[in-house]
Design a protein around this ligand. Structure first.
Ligand SMILES: [Fe+2]
Length: 384
């Protein structure tokens, strides 16, 4: 309730999802539905090095690569604008984005800019994009961000102390193509941390104030899939079974669960894990940061969960044990994660108030101490 007016949940999943091992073979036909377009390709730079990009693009017959932009992690406005210039110069009318959250985010930004004139940061906020973006087709190569079904994109500017978030109806990709074959060569560490980020998306949807019957149903299914399948996929990354294709079924379910988790949290909105992990001053990769925070925030929220959701908590603990992952910044080699900065960041983040159990700063200090963060002063409650 806000101001006495009830806020009823909405559930919207506008992206068309095409899914299945080998479905990328249909990319030609999927793109052709947009009228044999000139396609700007935006891809994670590592995929080009690993040869994955060549396999995705294949020998396109009915469309043309109109500009190729290779993206590093945590891109900013300049990267987007350069990609837009290249795409416009090549006459692009459509975008193919291939990669993890960074490349998919830039792909969506290029789609927005192809039909909207101002620099991308002019559209910061919600629903500020005025013209419908050019169509973007997203091919995720990690099972984690869920960006392929999300209407938000995040950019990083060194000159600012917060991220630039552009979001709104119509900013999501028109089509997401989920094919496990592009995950075969993903190393164990990024595979595990991105999957645990996806698990945090599912769990946040369960303890969010914005949860509904629809988000909870999708989130529980997604969480179970990640818990069930991640050990096999992680072991296969080391043991060669992923590379050989023997684990395609597990990788495919992880990929689908990651998209589903984002469908849930995209509608319920995120909560405390992501509020705490939003400080740009804390330099720990997003997936890793959320992986550490997840079990501790889960315990904090336990009494606010339904029976099925609460039953996931001991399973998450067992998953971490199986992965030999101790959820502590200290034990994974980040000895000086500033808990105070994380609490400060959460104060300005709407995800904190979307957490069904309202936390005090003291509660948060307890969570963060258990997660191995450090506090330089003992006055952890001085902002209450
Ligand atoms: Fe996340």
């Amino acid at each position: 309730m806000t101001g006495g007016t009830p806020v009823f949940p909405r559930f919207t999943v506008p992206t068309q999802v095409i899914t299945g091992v080998g479905c990328l073979r249909q990319l030609e036909g999927i793109i052709a539905e947009f009228g044999s377009p000139e396609v700007a390709v935006v891809a994670d730079v590592a995929l080009d090095d690993a040869g994955v990009l060549g396999r995705v693009i294949g020998d396109a017959m009915t469309w043309r690569v109109a500009g190729l932009s290779l993206i590093q992690a945590d891109p900013g406005v300049e990267v987007v604008e350069q990609a837009v210039d290249d795409a416009r110069a090549a006459g692009a009318t459509c975008v193919l984005a291939v990669g993890g959250g960074s490349a998919l985010g830039v792909g969506k930004a290029v789609g927005i800019r192809l039909t909207n004139d101002q620099q991308i940061d002019a559209y910061e906020g919600r629903d500020r994009v005025t013209r419908r973006p050019a169509p973007t087709i997203a091919v995720p190569t990690t099972a984690g961000s869920g960006s392929e079904v999300s209407n938000a994109l995040v950019l990083h500017e060194k000159s600012r102390d917060n991220e630039i978030v552009v979001r709104g109806q119509g900013c999501e990709p028109r089509v997401a193509v989920l094919d496990a074959t592009v995950l075969r060569t993903l190393p164990r560490q990024p595979l595990v941390y991105s999957a645990l980020d996806a698990l945090s998306h599912a769990m946040e949807a369960l303890w969010a104030r914005g949860a509904s019957y629809f988000t909870t149903s999708v989130a529980i299914t997604a969480a179970r899939s990640i818990i069930d399948r991640l050990p096999t996929a992680a072991a296969g990354a080391d043991g060669g079974l992923n590379a050989s294709g023997a684990n395609d079924a597990a990788l495919q379910e992880l990929l689908e669960a990651s998209s589903a988790a984002n469908m849930a949290c995209g509608n319920s909105a995120l909560a405390l894990v992501h509020a705490l992990s939003s400080s740009p001053a804390v330099r720990v990769p997003h997936g890793l940061q959320n992986a550490v925070l997840l079990p501790h925030v889960a315990r904090f929220n336990e009494s606010y969960l339904g029976v099925e959701a609460a039953a996931l908590l001991p399973r998450i603990d067992a998953l971490y044990a199986e992965l030999s992952l101790v959820p502590s910044f200290e034990s994974i080699g980040y000895g000086a994660v500033d808990g105070r900065r994380m609490i400060e960041a959460s104060l300005h983040n709407p995800f904190r108030s979307n957490n069904r159990r309202a936390p005090s700063d003291e509660d948060l200090a307890g969570i963060l101490l258990r997660a191995g963060a450090t506090f330089t002063s003992r006055r952890s409650d001085d902002r209450r």
